[in-house]
Design a protein around this ligand. Sequence first.
Ligand code: SF4
Ligand code: SF4
Length: 333
Amino acid sequence: MNPKAHLIAEARALGFVDVRVADALAGTPGERFRRFIEQGKHANMEWLATSEATRVDPRLVFPSVRSVVVLRMDYGGVAPPSPGPGYGRVASYAWGRDYHNLIGRKLKKLQARLAIAIPDVRTWATIDSRPVWERAWAEAAGIGYPAKNGCILTPSQGSYYFLATLLLNEPLEPDARVGPKCGACTRCLTACPTAALPGDGSVDVPRCISYLTIEVNDAIPTALRPAMGSWVFGCDDCQEVCPHVGLQRPEVPVELQPHNAWLDLPQLLETEDDWLTAVTTGTPLRRAAPHRLKRNACIVLGNQREGRSALHIAERHTNPVVAEAARWALDRL
Ligand code: SF4
Ligand code: SF4
C-alpha cells in the first residue's frame, strides 16, 4: 500500500471521517492571517499574534515538513430539547469530554502506526493546541472552504467538526481544493444575534457570543447581553441554520455525545467555584473559569427572567464581574 493510502486507512480506522493532504511547501495564504492580526481582529486572543510566524510557516516548528495532513472528526449530534426555563445552552463542540484529549490520543496512535509502517517517516501532530493555522491548511487540503459564517464548511456536510493536523516529512500527493459554495445564501448573517458576521467570511470577534462567553474575562458589554438569549457557553446559531448542515447528523464518538448540552443555571450559581472547577475538568467547559460561567449564567437567567434566589447568591460573589452580572439580571427580573 502506498504511504498516503496507508495513512488514510489507519486514520479512518481511528475514527477520522476525512483525511486530506496539502503540499507544505506550496504555502498557506499567510497574507490573510497577517491582515487579521494587523487589523486587531483577534481581539484579546494575544496567543494568535505572538505565534503568527509559525502559524503561516510550518517549517518553523518542523523543518523537514513536506506534507500537511488535515484530519476531520465530527461532533454535534442532534441537540436534546431544552429541559425548561433556568437551563443554559452549550455549543455542540463542548457537549462531551475534552476533544484535545480524545483526538490527541488518536493522533499519538496514528503516529505510532505510521512509524512502524513507513520507513524513516517523521511526524509532528497537533489538535488546536500548537501554532498551526489549521483553517488555512484545511482549505488548502480541500476539507472545505471558508464560508460566510467564518467556519470551514464542507458542502452538504456542514462545519460541525474538529480539525487536527499532522506534519509529515514525506511528500504525499496533495488533494484538490473545494470551490466556494455559499453563493447568494445569507442565512447565517441573518441568524447571528449580534450581527457579528459582515458577510466576507470574517467574524467581528468582539461581537461574537462564542468569544464573549468563553474568552472574555471581564464584564460582557450590556448592549450585547440580551442577544445571548440562552447561550451560556459558545453559540451555534450561524452553523445551525446553514443549509449544508444535514438533518441527518453524523454518528459521533461516545466521548463527544451530548452529556452537557444544557446546564442547570441556578445549580451552577449555587456551586462553589472549586467544585465547579473539579466537575468541568476534562471537558471544554473548563476553558471558561468558574467566574466566567457564573457571569454567563446570570446573564442567561436575566434574559429568561428566572432564578431569583440563585441570582441573590451570585450577587454576593467575591468576583465583581459575577456580582455585577447578577445585579443586571435581577434588575431585568
Ligand atoms: S457564533 Fe453566534 S454570535 Fe458568533 S458569529 Fe456565529 S451566530 Fe454570531
Ligand atoms: S448559511 Fe449560507 S452563507 Fe452561511 S455558511 Fe451556510 S451556505 Fe454559507
